[in-house]
Design a protein. Structure first.
Length: 285
């Protein structure tokens, strides 16, 4: 499908703890409670302390107690490199905002060209999959299976408006893992409001706020949670989910009902803050 027209088509490793007094084994399990009340991420082989720092449980030169754990985010863009000048570069804008917030971010390029392996999802906490200028493009089977395994294994996947708009009843693979589905209709320009004002994803964002970006009319799927809503600014206003979340396996999928840079040229500060908050929350769970 091509560019849309105006009509809009801790655990200490799991093996052994060696002490001078003896040898003790422990079961292999992730997300184990540590002695200081922290949660082990299960990703780097060491304990995660209550303040978010880690103590390396191996001899690989990894994290220590003085190094706070930071989120790792992989961003998939919605245009090929040779069209970014015309279509805008949402991945570039988001990576800059994430790095300014001391979050490790990698731009993996145009999403149909990503094979799910390079860049790797190893140590990644959040994948942001932009679909704005181009949407519904065929993806590699390796990308599909990698994202399914990523979410089921505890990762957070964020998809944008067209990720929901382009999915129909024939969806398979990663497209079946959505908190919303398209309900018919779309609009431009809206006002966003908080359904769950104290939710960590919304921290530091002032509601309500207005945007000129486009959105689709969406309906939540079973067990999905609506965190924020939007109401279009038309003569007969329609309110629809703006930020929704649903658990799949050990992870979650978040839908952000925003058409990225299809309508606007620069991602709003509120949207960038939302993504920063999602990244930070991903290592606090």
């Amino acid at each position: 499908m091509h560019l849309r027209t105006y009509l809009r088509l801790s655990s200490l490793g799991c093996a052994f703890l060696i002490a001078l007094s003896g040898l003790a084994g422990c079961d292999d399990s992730s997300n184990k409670q540590t002695s200081d009340g922290g949660q082990d991420s299960g990703r780097d082989g060491g304990d995660v302390q209550a303040d978010g720092s880690t103590v390396d449980g191996s001899a690989d030169g990894g994290d220590d107690a003085s190094t706070p754990r930071v989120p790792h985010v992989l961003v998939l863009n919605d245009s090929p490199a040779d069209e970014l000048a015309d279509n805008g570069d949402p991945a570039g804008q988001l990576v800059a905002a994430l790095e300014a917030a001391d979050i490790v971010a990698v731009n993996a390029g145009y999403y149909p060209e990503w094979d799910g392996a390079t860049p790797s999802l190893t140590d990644v906490d959040v994948v942001v999959w932009f679909e704005g200028s181009y949407y519904g493009e065929t993806i590699m089977e390796t990308m599909d299976s990698a994202l399914q395994a990523f979410v089921n294994g505890g990762g957070t996947l964020v998809r944008t408006e067209w990720g929901g708009y382009s999915i129909d009843e024939e969806a398979t693979g990663i497209n079946t893992m959505m908190p919303t589905f398209y309900d018919g209709g779309y609009a431009y320009s809206s006002t966003w409001s908080a359904d769950m004002a104290s939710h960590p994803y919304l921290s530091g964002i002032t509601f309500p706020f207005a945007t000129l970006s486009g959105h689709s009319y969406m309906v939540t799927t079973e067990n999905a949670v609506t965190i924020a809503s939007l109401t279009n600014n038309e003569s007969e206003p329609v309110t629809t989910p703006a930020v929704t979340e649903k658990a799949f396996g050990a992870g979650k999928v978040i839908h952000v009902n925003h058409d990225v840079l299809y309508t606007i040229d620069t991602l709003e500060p509120e949207l960038l803050k939302l993504f920063v908050n999602i990244a930070n929350a991903s290592i606090a769970d």
